[in-house]
Write a protein that binds this ligand. Sequence first.
Ligand code: XUL
Length: 528
Amino acid sequence: MAKLFLGLDSSTQSLSTVVIDLDARKVLCEQSLNFDRALPHYGTRNGVLPNRDPLVKHSPPLMWAEALDLLFARMKKDGVPLSKILAVSGSGQQHGSVYFNDRAAGALEHLDPQQSLVENLRGAFSRKTSPIWMDSSTAKECAEIRKKLGGIKFTASRTGSDTFERFTGPQIRKLFKTEPKAHARTAGIALVSSFMASLLAGKIAPIDFGDGAGMNLMDIRRKNWNHDALKATAPGLIGKLPPLTASGQVIGPASSYFVKKFGLNAEALATVWTGDNPASVIGLGLIKPGQVAISLGTSDTFFGTMEKCQTDENGEGHVFGSPAGGYMTLICFKNGSLAREKIRELYKIPDWKKFGELVAQTPPGNNGGILLPWFEAEIVPRVNRPGIHRFDLDEQNAAANCRAIFEAQMMSMRLHSEWMQVSPEQIYATGGASNDLALLQVMADVMNCRVLRIEISKSAALGAALIAAHGWLAATGQKPKWERLVSGFTAPVPGSEIHPDKKAAKIYDKLLGKYAACESEALEKISG
Ligand code: XUL
């Protein structure tokens, strides 16, 4: 009998599913439901509720529940073999939080298939809306928690990250300070991932080590709730948080709600979900320590895996538990494609082919010319005042500026990931700009390792399906190996390998010092 597993991904704008056939190493089907289009009555824009305060970004948790009903109904209608699914897992946008009152546990246990999930859950929340990762209204709370935990370095070394506005702890503190009654009414706090897992399992689900690390509440090394962090955040938190565990752990059989209503296999296991980034790490096949992927999108994101927990003293990068054991890191550079496109516009370059030709006209190292392309406020390094800075670089020289943006982005990634103490053997490049060979060559040269392109459209949902498979195999005593599990699902694009040019790599080894000095000088100028 085919071994089928279902992975879901509840992201900001949509809910997606991937069904895999494990033995055939095949994705059987994928589906996606866009919140704004499919559920317009919630009035969200790109999945987020409008708010007068531009810093506040909330979404309605009932919309996510309704989306789950709708997607299961669609899968049933489309003949997806739900009756053969052995286990379900999932991933959620990270950091977002859902607030249950004392009626939630009972409602989840008695989900009535004659009613919708929305009807079943009405009256089970202590707060109608959920702050999500795009919210940046908690600067004060971040400062308060960071201070109580002893500053950036200690906050990062205890919880895996410095305090960030979007992280769940600061969001919980804001609720406690501004709506103490709602905080008191809250019997349970879930993440988006554990909320969705709770619906599937029909009981309050644990939070996993991957998503739990995005809260500023979990002890990153011991992988339990950190009492100092809980105390610094709000009173009584320990009673409101579920246990922490590994993603893929079996919670129990899937709720009979899904069995009776949509024909899900009555023996399907509901397993613990994780965050979308940890799930993507699995979906991209990063399961061994030292493996790295760089996603080149609107922002560029560096994903790495580590066996031992290293944290970033400067508090720029995040450390989460990896679903494959050990740790993963996420470092987000805001000025990714956004900045590359700005340079293309600035020098009126018709297309990326021409852009690559201009880069090829200039030597690696750009004769020492450096550009800091902070068109938008930057996350890494922290730059609040946007602006571009040039050092020994002629503003009129289009070709040198094209090379300079590629080199700056890659040197910044190398510099700001050094704290991980990982030297990658190879890097997987993914995302929109990963088909730009000139950019990938600079990546290979600066990082001094091979680069391979990987194209996976729903890496989080695929990762979630693989986590479900791992959970089921472990629960049935089959000692699964991650390496075997992901193989075939996550292969790089054939022939996409790019090797570093040894001469160029030496030039960048030397240039990195100058780049770091230019960065410090610019940062000082901005803050001074
Ligand atoms: C990660 C983060 C985002 C969300 C997007 O820290 O905030 O990547 O997980 O869904």
